[in-house]
Design a protein. Sequence first.
Length: 500
Amino acid sequence: PVAEAAPPAPAPAAEAVAPAPAAEAAPFKVDAKMVKDLRARSGAAMLDCKNALTEAVGDIEAAMTWLRKRGIAKADKKIGNVAVEGAVASYVHFNSKLGVICEVNSETDFVAQNDIFKEFTSDLAMQIAANPSIVYISSAEVSDEEKAKAKVVEMAKEDLEGKPDNVKEKIVEGRLKKQFEEVALMGQKWLKDEEKTVEEILKERIAKLGENLVIRRFARLTLGEGLEKRDTDFAGGVEKELEKYRSDPAAAPAEEPKAEAPKAEEKPKEEPKAESDKPAVVISALEVKELRARCGAGIADTKKALVESGGDMEKAMEWLKKKGMAKADKKAGNVSAEGAIATYVHFNNKIGVLVEVNSETDFVAINAIFKEFASDVAMQIAANPTVVCISTSEVPVDAIAKEREIEMAKEDLEGKPDAVKAKIVEGRLKKKYEEMALLTQKWIKDEDKTVEQVLKETIAKLGENIIIRRFSRINLGEGLAKKEADFAAGVEKELEKYRA
């Protein structure tokens, strides 16, 4: 019996070895802060976030992808956990051909609302606009690669030939320092006081406000930059523009009645009943003029629209809509190098947008309808944080590949045939790309229309091709971590500065 008792002894030992792999495969320990950060970005539930972080071994980016593949993360809401204080300021030159937005950070919101801080940010935007050579905030931002290239060019200059290497090095170092300072904001002379640099003014404001201030980034748009502008006959342009707004019936009566004649002869045969109603509607020249101003259509078409709609201006606009759209489409091929830079900064100064809208001529660019449209487009972009491009055809290739991979890997598609999968994924991606493109968004002033439809209506009204070319958006604190602060302590700290 003792000999038989011995064999069972190894069995527990074998079982003891089995738990060892389980100990190795122990789940990654996820702390509460990691879960909180991922929830802020993904909008997913706490348990889902914890599972995602466990699967991704604490890698927040991999966890985001894990959640998205399962359709749990609705969006990568990075803005939710990356806000700091400060303001976004803008400047657009009086001729609307140059615009700047910039972000300046402060430690607290108290300082961000201070008049000294607000004036400084506005002046800074104007400073950047006034110095077209500026591409960096400070010379320290110039890359090592760019420095090396510039050094090679300077060292090869003829005026340094024959000089000792140490002397060469010293001269080149001085030249490069000056060269890099010319492209950096901090080294520029302050517009309002040329005895000081931007850096010196910044230090003065820090001393005045009692908080650290950081000029973080900026965006600049110059009208028509990179576009070829064709030479045009100015007198001919004036004549062409005036032709649109002439209301004198004698200006072009001969051509338009002829275009009307064939239509008038064909209609009675098809719709004799409708013809009998038309004479009852009396359309005045003032009504025709008013509708023409709105739609840009010809006199005959405008009059006919009013007759067909019984004098109702809105119905006449609807009647002309298709014709107006066709007119807009015909203009799409024309060169547009004029236009305007428009800006929108939200009332709380936490988001700013610059947009370039091009027209064919400067006449249209100064038109009130065009100006209003450009301003509305800037506000539209600010109101749609998902917008990253003008049209769906501009969605970045890397973004397309990544989104397709994520959608194809989603659990709800498992087991479906590849052809069915591909069709579902294409439908989802189409919707996603439309959310990323400006032209497919609902117009903020009329949600029954898209931005593209309003653009075409504006083209029809103004009689020229109009292009929304590009935009820049700055969200305050995007990409920066905001530290949690005690509000009461913040109030006390701020009041302490002003106590006598």
